[in-house]
Design a binder for this molecule. Structure first.
Ligand code: ADP
Ligand code: MG
Length: 665
């Protein structure tokens, strides 16, 4: 019921949980939380230490509260090192689980993580607050429509499709870039990539299938309802999707899935890569965040039902989402900003950095009708006749698919597709819940005023409010091809923000609009929000700096030495041939060209080293430098080194090539 736990109950629950866990072999328990590193954290304590205290040290208070040292987690300036104390507090709404590894079993208790002054230092606290905010506002709408019987809470439901790559682990170890950055920083395009479109939904290689089924078993044991598994578009790319759950649990389970992918793959000689863009020239990985709102009695509030034009409550929720996404497209964009996702968004494989909504024919038609006056019809889907009597008639879905849209209505939910494959889904959902809470608040306030005045005429009031929303915000709706150049021009004309990368996107978290929004709905205080903006930028800077250093070191210690060997082979051949009195001017010019190319690589290394050495105390200024100078220098080094790869003798190239990475399964 969303109520607080009575401390006396906690003792009883703790005893039961301990018993349950120990019966299954658990020796330790841990508060499991999600600090702002984007990963999960755990500090294990033994249930029993010696005969005397056996079974006595896991009490209600140990269940409810923990006290890890917070000083080594990012806080974005929220606390000084001397105020290192942090608290973890039990999230009773997310089931505890057992993690088995080797022969140890650990009881993991999902918790939030806050500073000793109560500020959120994690991803879960604001997510829980955002669901509360949305629930409060959604209940007002239900009350207006008189559909709130027995409903105590509204929650958001989330099902996240996770894309990832698998590569042979031996090859992974031979690539310092994969090992330290989870992506390749060099690599010439192989003759075969994904052109033949032969991998998507293809038969799953046996080693991969064995891996997948072990992940599934691990996940079922901890209660994560995985449902789908298949090959994705790029060679070596795969996907898992669960059945949706309430957003808090779904986001916890998402973290568990990512960890399981990493943990299980080595058993099969594989490495799971969660980076958004591990390889240039083929698709990257994303996370489709399917999202809807539901009552605690199980009614999906974004289900259009039949005769949708008469379903004013659905249209109210729909228009609230449209308004939210248009007003706060900048925040949604910021919620998925990271150094790694920058490589994917807008790269003609993933949605562009411009946020827009795909509604499909049926809903777009309804939106037009709303704008014109009273909706009178719902476009019907027609059945597909497959032409043979033995084949069934298939109902055609009214909402077609549009893979190019960053935010698409898909039947009875929205699918936020621009989320990065490696990121925690808690943050984008926090933002989504908060911005929709604000729009529901706006609509509820308007309707309460109108209904208060002229008793009874709810339908007219709703139509008027929705009409206003459609007029003001329909610019965010786009059903066409989001990859096209025309859309970029059209979006600019409509005044939609186009924040191409993290450096442009992240400052949206520091605007007055954002600060007021998060404060009003009690999701994040100003310092909490500022600390996040700081941490995200800092992470961006560190990530790219590590990549730049890895690049220069690989170029100096692997690529240049290989080039030198190749060069001396060429030179020896030329001089031996010439001294034998045979003309080899063709080979001589090959050698000259090769030396020239190697010099370009050398020059590019120097430039990158200089630019990457730049320091700036201000994180945003540093990020801007990285964007303006470091990334272009990385691009230049890569392009000349990749060219070199195509000329160097295959036996001398010092790392596995793209061909090997993609096709050794
Ligand atoms: P598709 O493959 O068309 O994207 P699926 O029906 O396979 O659609 O669903 C994709 C994901 O969306 C799954 O994780 C599914 O559980 C989730 N999903 C379905 N309905 C909802 C809902 N009401 N709220 C949140 N997620 C949902
Ligand atoms: Mg999908």
């Amino acid at each position: 019921r969303g109520a607080r736990l009575d401390p006396e109950v906690a003792d009883v629950v703790a005893a039961a949980m301990k018993e349950w866990a120990m019966e299954r072999g658990a020796t330790h328990y841990t508060h499991w939380f999600q600090p702002l590193t984007g990963l999960t954290a755990e500090k294990h304590d033994a249930f029993s230490v010696g005969e005397e205290t056996a079974f006595s040290d896991f009490s209600g208070s140990a269940l409810v509260q923990g006290e890890p040292d917070a000083s080594s987690f990012p806080s974005g300036g929220l606390r000084a090192t001397f105020e290192a104390r942090g608290y973890t507090a039990w999230d009773v709404t997310s089931p505890a689980f057992l993690v088995r590894s080797g022969n140890t079993v650990t009881l993991c208790i999902p918790t939030v993580f806050v500073s000793w002054t109560g500020e959120a230092l994690d991803k879960k606290t604001p997510l829980l607050r955002s669901v509360d905010a949305l629930s409060t506002q959604a209940l007002r709408i239900l009350k207006i429509f008189g559909t709130n019987q027995n409903v105590e809470r509204v929650l958001t439901t989330v099902g996240v499709e996770q894309e990832y790559f698998l590569i042979d682990r031996n090859l992974y170890f031979a690539r310092p870039d994969l090992l330290t950055c989870d992506r390749t920083l060099f690599g010439a395009r192989p003759p075969k990539g994904q052109q033949l479109e032969d991998h998507y939904f293809g038969s799953i290689p046996p080693r991969v299938l064995a891996f997948m089924s072990e992940v599934e078993q691990e996940m079922y044991r901890v209660g994560v309802p995985l449902k789908t598994r298949h090959n994705e578009v790029a060679p070596g790319q795969y996907e898992f999707a669960p059945i949706f759950e309430n957003s808090n649990v779904a986001c916890d389970h998402q973290m568990l899935l990512m960890e399981s992918l990493k943990r299980v793959a080595p058993k099969y000689g594989l490495q799971a890569i969660l980076h958004e863009k591990p390889f240039a020239g083929i698709n990257g990985s994303g996370k489709h965040n399917n999202w809807s709102m539901s009552t605690d009695t199980g009614v999906n509030l974004l289900d259009p039902r039949d005769e949708t034009h008469t379903n004013m409550q659905f249209l109210t929720f729909l228009c609230s989402v449209i308004r939210a996404v248009d007003l706060h497209a900048d925040l949604l964009r910021a919620s998925i900003a990271s150094a790694s996702n920058d490589h994917r968004l807008g790269a003609n494989e993933a949605p562009p950095a411009i946020i827009s909504i795909f509604l499909g024919d049926m809903l777009s038609d309804l939106i037009d009708q709303l704008e014109a006056g009273t909706p009178k019809r719902t476009l019907k889907r027609n059945d597909l006749d497959l032409g043979s009597h033995t084949l069934p008639q298939l109902p055609r879905h009214a909402g077609d698919r549009n893979r190019t849209s960053p935010f698409a209505f898909t039947g009875n939910k929205f699918e936020f597709r621009a989320v990065g494959s490696s990121q925690s889904s808690a943050w984008p959902n926090t933002i989504l819940n908060t911005i929709v809470a604000e729009s529901l608040d706006f609509v509820a306030t308007e309707l309460e005023k109108a209904v208060g005045k002229s008793k009874g005429d709810l339908q007219n009031a709703v139509r008027a409010v929705l009409k206003g929303i459609v007029k003001d915000h329909k610019r965010i709706i786009f059903n066409g091809d989001n990859y096209s150049q025309e859309w970029h021009a059209e979006a600019a004309k409509r005044g939609l923000p186009n924040m191409r990368d993290s450096v442009e996107a992240l400052p949206a978290l520091k605007t007055k609009k954002a600060t007021d929004l998060f404060k009003k709905y009690k999701v994040l205080s100003k310092p909490e929000l500022e600390s996040r903006a700081h941490i995200f930028l800092e992470k961006f800077n560190k990530q790219v700096s590590i990549e730049a250093e890895t690049m220069t070191s690989m170029a100096r210690t692997m690529i240049i030495p290989a080039a030198m060997q190749h060069q001396s082979r060429l030179a020896e051949a030329v001089s031996a041939t010439e001294s034998a009195g045979v003309d080899c001017s063709g080979q001589r010019s090959d050698l000259e060209a090769f030396v020239e190319l190697t010099d370009k690589v050398r020059a590019a290394i120097t430039t990158l080293e200089t630019e990457a050495g730049h320091e700036d105390a201000d994180v945003l200024a540093h990020a801007k430098h990285i964007k303006a100078k470091v990334r272009p220098a990385m691009g230049e080094l890569r392009s000349v080194a990749d060219e070199l790869e195509m000329f160097i003798s295959a036996d001398l190239w010092p790392m596995p090539t793209y061909r090997e990475l993609f096709f050794i399964k």
